[in-house]
Design a protein around this ligand. Sequence first.
Ligand code: ATP
Ligand code: LTN
Length: 324
Amino acid sequence: MSKPILISGTQPDGRLHLGNYLGAIKNWVELQNSEKYECYFIIVDYHSLTVDFNPTEKKEEVLGVVRAYLAAGIDPKKSKIFVQSRIPECTELAWILNTITPLGELERMTQFKEKSENKESVNTGLLTYPILMAADILLYDARFVPVGEDQLQHLELTRTLARKFNNKFGKTFIEPRAILSKASRVMSLDNPSKKMSKSHPETCLFLDDPPKDIEFKIKRAVTDSGSEVKFDLEKKPGVSNLLLIYEALSGITIPKLEKKYAGKGYGQFKSNLAEVAIKTLATFRESKFSDKKLKSILTNGAEKAKKIASSKMQVIKNRLGLRV
Ligand code: ATP
Ligand code: LTN
């Protein structure tokens, strides 16, 4: 029997950070290595056009994401890795899904509200972005989508669209389910009520940050006026975020960490966390893959994805009566 399909993606719009790794990519590697799924990992370049960008940097940004996937342990022999824009069926399907998406569903998306806040003018792509993500997922009949918590709302829309299309035009799509990692919401180092995001680089640990930056950023991470290393999301959100990060990076459980640092204060805790982060992230700083190798992985991945996408598109067009 064939394995269920699992899909996820990352935007090539800058450097990847610890939230991307612990919330998503690290989990992808474990899921890939479980051998229970057929995995597709996309570099969603069309999504990345919704924010300001420099065309001369886009190619390097795309290759940078592939490099990070490989350094994390995504294996092109086990998983398909490809670039979204190489599969035109994705934008074709996105158009079709547009026609069954209520505008109100898009306007209430948290990410849209946050990204359009205080902007004089907002591009339509920022609003319709979740439809493109739905197209990525539904096109390949994915059953599972491992993402960070911030993407759950978008995935819920994907499920709604699949159901709506199926009800209107006959069973065509699978309703996909999310897979969350334990660290599905890594918070900003200087504001534990906000998610870690590349839009605030000083509060974000980038995967290729030099050791001295990692140390500096962790040492100045917000904690509280107490001194107890204890997990309590409500009363100690900063320390709890650092504990979650420590656990995800080291594999040592939070109760064990609490015991280890009992009575030792935040200084020692932060300095050990910095050491663990520097060690774990070495793989991203040190990995070397030639552009030629990366491009050949992408060509190979796109060829395989294209076959699946084009045959699914035929089915979809048939359902809609578009094949004359
Ligand atoms: P940023 O907010 O920094 O721009 P992003 O969400 O745009 O990040 P993507 O490339 O779109 O980055 O996301 C890749 C994956 O990383 C997604 O599955 C997303 O849910 C996850 N992710 C992003 N930030 C975090 C975070 N702070 N904690 C956990 N997961 C995260
Ligand atoms: N919207 C997602 C990226 C994304 C994605 C996907 C994730 C695009 N297509 C398909 C999972 C499956 C984001 O911003 N992180």
